[in-house]
Design a protein around this ligand. Structure first.
Ligand SMILES: *Cc1c(COP(=O)(O)O)cnc(C)c1O
Length: 382
């Protein structure tokens, strides 16, 4: 027997890089040719692994990467010495020097930031590119649209700052098209009144994945900012984006570590929240909330084994999860249990998994922990 180079997989995520590439190309081709593409790869590329996915993003023809902070910018910069990087979250003052170090563009939301970044750039004898964020109703980062002109002027008058983009963000693009339309209008009205009028090379962007659902055919915005959809996940259950062909990039699996039969009346797992009514065959899976299987799936979630649905019994624990395999007498130690993904004709989507856990795909993906190896399937895209 040859010695294995690393221990076998107990709980892991499979990442299909070719699917990622196809998804991005598919999103791009659904948009007019001139639209530029900001690939949002924050939080370790939504849990898919920034180091392993950035090259695919580049191959797929993205124009800009967006991340949350300077540490994430460092990871992208190392792999893409020339690609533009936009930082979406506010920068802490002691992070400022790293904007220069990694050549990353901060998002500006206040006059204080304009002054800070101008001083930073002057001291370094450099020019710093920035994007201006307008709050049209998200109530988070950005300058309130009514004060947009003021900050715009401050940036354009700062000799060491170069305004390369202006953007806004939608809080309910997938659920409230009326509010989203109103935001589009407020943003457009501001853009129209800006003096001096922005040049055509300025990146103007608003649309996240859900925003693409109401992306106007003749959009006045020349750039999109896409996160979730790239990974083949629709931003809502009834999303019309299913017309843009994408496929899930990630699947999530554990294995059967033990099979046994417990007598009727046995309480399963911590708190004995599930008492079996009759003799029950159970499988103990090699994954728990320490891997990112939400505890909220206790007594609610399901997994696939041999293409069949098996309900989770009792509480999900840190390292182990119990499922009912009474209907599957062939279940054996070592079998694969799929938490998210396909087995034969059955599928648990990340959307369904997230709904059972009372959460959203964004959180599910970014909750898969460091203990979970990501296994990359790197076939060429076709
Ligand atoms: C995360 C984020 C996005 C991407 O959103 P998705 O819904 O994942 O497409 C876009 N813009 C901003 C400002 C973000 O923070």
């Amino acid at each position: 027997m040859t010695e294995a180079s690393s221990p076998p997989l107990r709980c892991w995520a499979e990442i299909d890089l070719a699917a990622l590439e196809r998804n991005i190309k598919s999103i791009r081709s659904a948009l007019p040719d001139h639209i530029r593409y900001v690939a949002v790869v924050k939080a370790d590329a939504y849990g898919h692994g920034i180091n392993q996915t950035v090259a695919r993003f580049m191959l797929s023809g993205v124009d800009i990467f967006a991340v949350a902070n300077v540490r994430e910018a460092a990871a992208v910069r190392e792999l893409g010495p020339a690609c533009p990087i936009l930082l979406l979250s506010p920068i802490l003052p002691d992070e400022d020097p790293f904007l220069l170090k990694y050549d990353a563009m901060p998002t500006v939301s206040s006059l204080g930031e304009v002054l800070r970044f101008q001083t930073l750039a002057v001291r370094a004898g450099r020019t710093l590119s920035v994007h201006l964020k307008i709050d049209t109703g998200m109530g988070r980062a950005g300058v309130w649209h009514e004060q947009g002109q003021e900050i715009y002027t401050a940036i354009t008058q700062s000799r060491n700052l170069k305004l390369t983009g202006i953007f806004t963000h939608f809080p309910c693009a997938g659920t409230d098209p009326t509010f989203t339309d109103q935001q589009r209008r407020l943003f457009l009205e501001l853009l129209d009144r800006l003096t001096p009028h922005p040049g055509s090379d300025l990146l103007i962007h608003a649309d996240n994945s859900a925003g693409l659902e109401t992306f106007p055919e003749k959009s006045p915005f020349n750039t999109v900012r896409v996160g979730l959809l790239q990974f083949g996940i629709l931003p809502s259950e009834h999303s019309i984006l299913s017309e843009v062909r994408t496929n899930p990039v990630l699947s999530f699996h554990a294995r059967v570590g033990l099979v046994k039969t417990v007598p009727g009346g046995t309480g399963i797992s911590y708190g004995r929240t599930h008492i079996v009514s009759k003799d029950t065959r159970i499988a103990v899976l090699t994954g728990g909330y320490g891997d990112g299987i939400p505890r909220a799936l206790s007594n609610r979630g399901q997994v696939l084994i041999h293409g069949n649905t098996c309900p989770i019994l009792g509480r999900v624990t840190m390292d182990q999860t119990v499922v009912d395999v009474s209907a599957l007498p062939d279940t054996a130690v070592g079998d694969k249990a799929t938490l998210v993904g396909r087995q034969k004709d059955a599928e648990i989507t990340i959307g369904a998994f997230s709904r059972s856990a009372d959460t959203i795909p964004w959180e599910t993906l970014t909750s898969i922990t460091m203990r979970v190896p990501r296994v990359y399937k790197a076939n060429l895209a076709v």
